[in-house]
Design a protein around this ligand. Sequence first.
Ligand code: COA
Length: 176
Amino acid sequence: MNIRKANKSDEESIRQIHLKTFGDDEKELVANLACELLRESSSPNSIHLVAEAESYLVGHIAFSPIHSKTKGNLIGYILAPLAVLPSHERKGIGKKLIEEGFKELASRKVEVILVYGDPKFYSRFGFKPEPAEKYLPPFELKYPFGWQAIDNRAINPAKQPEPIQCVSALNKPELW
Ligand SMILES: CC(C)(COP(=O)(O)OP(=O)(O)OC[C@H]1O[C@@H](n2cnc3c(N)ncnc32)[C@H](O)[C@@H]1OP(=O)(O)O)[C@@H](O)C(=O)NCCC(=O)NCCS
């Protein structure tokens, strides 16, 4: 199993991974998100990694930049989406995708990583709800307990949570 950066020609395979992995209620939404993120240009650029087994793709992860809505400066990145094909689950592929993503983020000197997902899974990687309270997501959250962060910045608690701006692909209320 090999982890590599995704390229534009991986789009259909990435779409299929998400369609086969997520439930009927969200699979189209997440698959479209993954493909739109792959196509969207941003500054700095998003990170897309894929896991390749034999000759086909079995997993995908994306990290896209988030900026302060008020100041415009870069705050960090948000992890979304992540999927590993059901046939390849529980073999350490999701973990490897996250760890490789973290290495790329560290090389970019990124200090804040946000995620909106299941704490039972993401807490294993250091994500916690408390540091995420400093960052106000762009839309009201359906599952507030899923809002988590890894924040390595010097502690400087803001009085009010900082409103964040995501890339266009994520800037849709139905995703939150
Ligand atoms: C969640 C998902 C990405 C995990 O991928 P995976 O390749 O099976 O995960 P790994 O094998 O790398 O597991 C890493 C660790 O997480 C644990 N884990 C895996 N799935 C888990 C889950 N659903 N809940 C809690 N823990 C989980 C594993 O036991 C493992 O723990 P360990 O390191 O202590 O042994 C994958 O099951 C998936 O795509 N699920 C559907 C889509 C989804 O939920 N995406 C992410 C949330 S938005």
